[in-house]
Design a protein around this ligand. Structure first.
Ligand code: R5P
Length: 313
């Protein structure tokens, strides 16, 4: 099926570079939109081109979460009121995704709240990459696609020609992700049992499986404080791993975590450009793979009513 040209891609301010790369991949120009601020700091959105009857795609990541989410809601509202045919909200990194259930009394489920707000603002389709938990798709009662960066990481490691690979899941929740990479690399997996007693602090990590003499690849959805990777790397090396690599889709890198990871015994830290990594220059261990072809291909497939899941076979 051929792709009609009756669609447009817009972006908020979170990651315009990525949105431009997506448009280059598809072979279109990024939509003309102004996302600025009024004098009092409120968000001002003006769409500078006609979108009546069009399928539109809005690319907006977090962090920082609060401003970027509000930009997204207001852009969606503007597009809805401009008589678009359908609106896809694309959040390459879905912020607030980690708060996806109540772990104790009187906590919010912010991942569900963001889903409600995205839909209430006008989205008729939702696309993300490596959601913290796949079940978040169920928070949306509109079509949703959770794209995966795992094939990109698999290609990266295949091109490195590493032997004796073991893929490491840094927690029990990451086993499906680790299995997906391991099957592409024809490697076994090992698992950490990780216990947190407070958010952002690790109380204990126990390794289940053998890593002696292996090139260990830790695969995770996101890097926040870097604590998981630093602890895991130390244990893996203590248990006899030859080298340790870390791959994670979203490089959030809170505070000075990127410096700490770059100074750690990790060989490489591989992330994608789902979000803009500030001050990433000078960290020689950091490698950034672009998800632009992945998002671009997903848009093309939505436009041509083709399968998106075929992309991951
Ligand atoms: C945990 O559930 C996630 O998959 C990540 O492993 C974790 O959030 C990483 O956080 P940090 O870098 O703060 O250890």
């Amino acid at each position: 099926m051929t792709m009609d040209n009756d669609f447009k891609v817009f972006a908020g301010n979170s990651n315009i570079e990525l949105a431009k790369k997506v448009c280059d991949y598809i072979g279109i120009k990024l939509g003309d939109i102004e996302v600025g601020r009024f004098e009092d700091g409120e968000i001002k959105v003006i769409i500078n081109e006609n979108v009546r009857g069009k399928n539109v795609y809005v690319i907006q990541s977090t962090p920082p979460p609060s401003d970027n989410y509000l930009e997204l809601f207001i852009i969606l509202d503007a597009l809805k009121r401009a008589s678009t045919e359908a609106i896809s909200a694309i959040t390459p990194y879905y912020g607030y995704g980690r708060q996806d259930r109540k772990t104790r009394g009187r906590e919010p489920i912010s991942a569900k709240l963001m889903a409600n707000l995205i839909v209430a603002s006008g989205a008729t389709r939702f696309i993300a990459i490596d959601l913290h938990a796949g079940q978040i798709q169920g928070f949306f009662d509109i079509p949703s696609d959770n794209l995966s960066a795992i094939p990109l990481f698999a290609d990266y490691f295949i091109n490195k020609n590493l032997s004796d690979i073991v893929v490491v899941s840094p927690d029990v929740g990451g086993v499906t992700r680790a299995n997906s990479l391991a099957s592409r690399l024809h490697a076994p997996i090992v698992i950490f049992a990780k216990r947190r007693e407070k958010p952002d602090e690790i109380a204990r990590m126990d390794l289940v499986g053998d890593v002696k003499g292996k090139n260990a690849i830790i695969i995770d959805d996101g890097i926040y404080t870097g604590g998981t990777l630093i602890n895991a790397t130390k244990i893996l090396l203590d248990k006899g791993a030859k080298k340790v690599y870390a791959a994670a889709t979203h490089g959030i890198f809170c505070n000075d975590s990127l410096k700490k990871l770059n100074d750690s015994p990790l060989e490489e830290i591989i992330v994608t450009d789902t979000l803009k990594i500030k001050n990433s220059e000078g960290y020689e261990k950091l490698k950034i793979i672009s998800v632009a072809p992945l998002i671009g291909e997903a848009i093309k497939r939505v436009q041509t009513h083709s399968s998106i899941s075929e992309l991951f076979k």
